[in-house]
Write a protein that binds this ligand. Structure first.
Ligand SMILES: Nc1nc2c(ncn2[C@@H]2O[C@H](COP(=O)(O)OP(=O)(O)OP(=O)(O)O)[C@@H](O)[C@H]2O)c(=O)[nH]1
Length: 325
């Protein structure tokens, strides 16, 4: 093409008709002088109906909004303006081509002033960013789902160790702040190695799931947390629960698991699956951090194993440890 060659008006019109974004041109009085096919098919207003009309009369809802401010500022300063989709989402009532109503298409709008001869105009470009916004929303909700999943134990469906640690930390800080009560249970299925050896790992997994479900169902209060602490170990965080109350909860869990009557290996202490439980209660002077509470509950769990299993041992800082069941 030669240097002076220019695009024919028919070709320009064809290109405007094919453009995959909205193109509006207004003059300094805000009268619409151009309105392309993309705008017509998404607004339901053809060019011949809108040409010559004041854009802000046509769409009264734009008055006083960021788009009107951007147009005024562009015409005054002769500088282009970009509207942030988060600050002015979907300013025009535009809908996917061929569908009248429903959700507006998400829009990215830019405003560019220009001069043609002695006249000044403003080009408003509207892009449909619905796909990008939709993908962002989907990614955000997937991230939220992943976050939720990462608090759940994959095998048993109850809270996992991470959730347990977060809950214990949060409830400890609450107990310290309010001078409140908080108890912790650590429990372990008795002779579980023998169970696995006798019935196989797969049935071992099924047994763990049954025990987890029964244990979680025993906790009554919404703030109580039942978690899988590790392999065949479980933990419970019991806010607003005294040592005596926690001992009762622990005993009801122990009895519940025994009552499931899950057949155990002949090598185990009992003919059915049982659980040993250690209990520790927050004390602002002696047991006032997670590590100390966990160590106390764990030492009680160890003592319960030594005492013959299928029992509950409570940590009492003053009187040493005592068997509750
Ligand atoms: N099936 C299955 N077994 C597991 C899982 N996690 C840990 N275990 C098994 O649990 C058993 C725990 O054994 P030990 O720590 O020796 O304790 P125990 O046999 O329960 O004996 P006591 O605790 O003294 O009563 C091991 O054989 C582990 O392989 C799991 O996710 N699935």
């Amino acid at each position: 093409m030669s240097e002076n060659a220019s695009v024919s008006p028919t070709l320009s019109a064809r290109v405007l008709g094919l453009a995959q974004l909205g193109l509006i041109v207004i003059d300094t009085n805000h009268h619409i002088v151009m309105w392309n096919q993309w705008m017509a098919s998404r607004s339901g207003r053809s060019a011949h109906r809108v040409l010559g009309q004041d854009l802000f009369d046509l769409y009264g809802e734009l008055r006083g909004q960021r788009l009107e401010q951007a147009v005024l500022s562009a015409l005054q300063s002769n500088l282009p303006q970009q509207l942030s989709p988060s600050l002015s989402p979907s300013p025009f009532p535009l809908y996917p081509a061929g569908s009248w109503g429903g959700e507006r298409v998400e829009q990215q709008v830019s405003v560019t002033p220009f001069n043609e001869g002695k006249e000044r105009y403003c080009l408003i470009e509207v892009s449909d960013i619905s796909t990008i916004v939709g993908r962002e929303r989907q990614l955000r909700s997937q991230a939220e789902a992943l976050r939720a999943q990462s608090y759940v134990d994959g095998l048993t469906g109850i809270a996992n160790r991470r959730h347990f640690d977060v809950a214990l930390d949060r409830e400890l800080r609450r107990a310290i702040r309010n001078d409140g009560q908080l108890s912790l249970l650590l429990m372990d299925i008795d002779s579980f190695k023998a169970y696995n050896d006798h019935f196989g790992h797969q049935q071992g997994d099924a047994c763990l799931t049954m025990v987890a479900e029964a244990f979680a169902a025993t906790l009554q209060r919404p703030a109580d947390l039942a978690a899988r602490y590790g392999g065949e170990e479980f933990g419970a965080v019991l806010p607003d629960t005294s040592c005596e109350q926690a001992a009762l909860v622990a005993e009801s869990i122990r009895a519940k698991i025994a009552s499931l009557n899950i057949a155990h290996s002949p090598a185990a202490t009992r003919p059915h699956v049982t659980m040993s439980i250690g209990v520790a209660t927050f004390d602002k002077d002696t047991l006032n951090d997670a590590a100390a509470m966990l160590a106390a509950a764990d030492s009680c769990l160890y003592a319960a194993k030594k005492a013959g299993r299928d029992c509950v041992i409570i940590y009492r800082p003053q009187d040493q440890q005592e068997t509750a069941a």
